[in-house]
Design a protein. Structure first.
Length: 94
């Protein structure tokens, strides 16, 4: 998962705004798991829309999507490494 600073950098590239408060709220260590709960997206989106604007709500959703992509990309890399090791072990790949 990207760091808060990376999320901020991505937001700046996408919107010209950092949305630091949004990213820090989501990644608060004491609440991180519950704030990454995708079942709460509709309510949390509305919270950010009301507190800041609709773009902040979209950045909240994008933060979650970026984190999920990071996790899945890491899993894909791990699986590919295991496949390569097994193919090498069985002599199918050098």
């Amino acid at each position: 998962m990207p760091s808060i600073e990376k999320h901020i950098e991505i937001s700046k590239q996408r919107t010209n705004r950092s949305y630091r408060e949004v990213h820090e709220w989501i990644d608060d260590p004491q609440h991180k798991d519950e704030r990454h709960d995708i079942t709460k997206i509709p309510d949390t989106f509305q919270m950010f829309k009301k507190k800041y604007d609709e773009e902040a709500g979209r950045e909240y959703v994008q933060h979650l999507a970026d984190d999920l992509n990071g996790k899945f990309n890491h899993l894909i890399e791990d699986v590919q490494t295991l496949i390569t090791k097994n193919l090498t072990y069985f002599g199918a790949k050098k």
